[in-house]
Write a new protein. Structure first.
Length: 291
């Protein structure tokens, strides 16, 4: 068991409020007056989530986008963000990129905190949203017979990371400045049975959805969308790499999604494996995990 999983298991004993959803979902979902608030917090660390020396404007954009992607998976409308920032080089560039993201996604900055520290920098952001439908979708609603869908390709971020790391000049925007599927999430929320964003890799996130729902998700690899430039030899790697921020969701049989999406599989009765690809259990690590 990784340190991350062990810590989350320990924290579940403390997260007893129903809004926490047992720490088994993308966000907390909190009824508040006549509204339902959707809250999430993600962190990024230099050398793990962004390359040393990378433009801090891109880092700021990604910090906002990754948190808003969690809101998208709940069909939520962003209300505002709070930023936790470690001071360092290119602080002005961080502010520039933050402003770009806030404007692009029409979300206000509400506050936050700054610190100074030695060693790799860490950043955090809390995003607050308003639910647009009830019940708010979770990871746990898929049923055997449901169809499994993906809003867009996986692997573009992997290729973008490599282009940026190697200085090839190839397009790296998918890694540097991802786009949360906010409009798609709002359209899907009333009809989907389960939904989450693909942040750690298609296979590991499908496994998490399957485990939460008590099903097995059977994926057909030839139905999974990949970037046109990706060689077929790297498709398995792309399904495990992550950082794509597309929406993975299930629909009841016969339901057509109200947005552009690819049907990549089906939910089946639970088996010893939470996810299978082309009928076989995938070997090795399914995606990104903190050690």
């Amino acid at each position: 068991m990784s340190k991350e999983i062990a810590l989350i298991e320990a924290l579940r004993a403390l997260a007893l409020h129903p809004a926490a959803r047992g720490l088994a979902d993308d966000c907390a979902v909190l009824p508040f007056g006549g509204e339902t608030l959707v809250l999430t917090h993600d962190m990024m660390v230099e050398g793990v989530h962004w390359l040393p020396g990378q433009d801090m404007a891109d880092v700021a954009w990604k910090l906002v986008a990754t948190n808003l992607s969690d809101l998208a998976a709940k069909g939520a409308e962003p209300v505002g963000v709070l930023v936790g920032y470690t001071l360092g080089d290119e602080d002005a560039r961080f502010v520039d990129g933050l402003g770009d993201a806030l404007q692009a996604f029409a979300v206000p900055l509400l506050g936050g905190d700054t610190v100074s520290a030695n060693g790799p920098r860490s950043l955090g952001l809390t995003a607050l949203g308003r639910a647009t439908c009830a019940p708010v979708p979770g990871r746990n609603g898929a049923k055997p017979g449901d169809t499994l869908w993906l809003t867009g390709p996986v692997g573009a971020a992997m290729m973008g990371f490599e282009a940026l790391r190697d200085g090839t000049g190839a397009d790296s925007a998918a890694f540097r400045r991802p786009t949360p599927r906010l409009a798609e999430g709002r359209a899907l929320a009333p009809v989907t049975t389960a939904m989450m964003d693909v942040s750690d890799g298609l296979l590991i996130d499908a496994a998490r959805m399957a485990q939460a729902s008590g099903v097995c998700l059977a994926i057909t690899s030839e139905a999974v969308p990949f970037p046109p430039a990706m060689p077929s030899s790297r498709q398995d790697e792309a399904m495990r790499w992550g950082d794509d921020y597309e929406l993975l969701f299930t629909l009841s049989p016969g339901i057509t999604p109200p947005v552009a999406a690819h049907c990549i599989g089906r939910a089946q009765a639970p088996t010893s494996s939470s996810v299978v690809v082309d009928g076989a259990v995938p070997h090795g690590k399914l995606g990104y995990m903190h050690d």
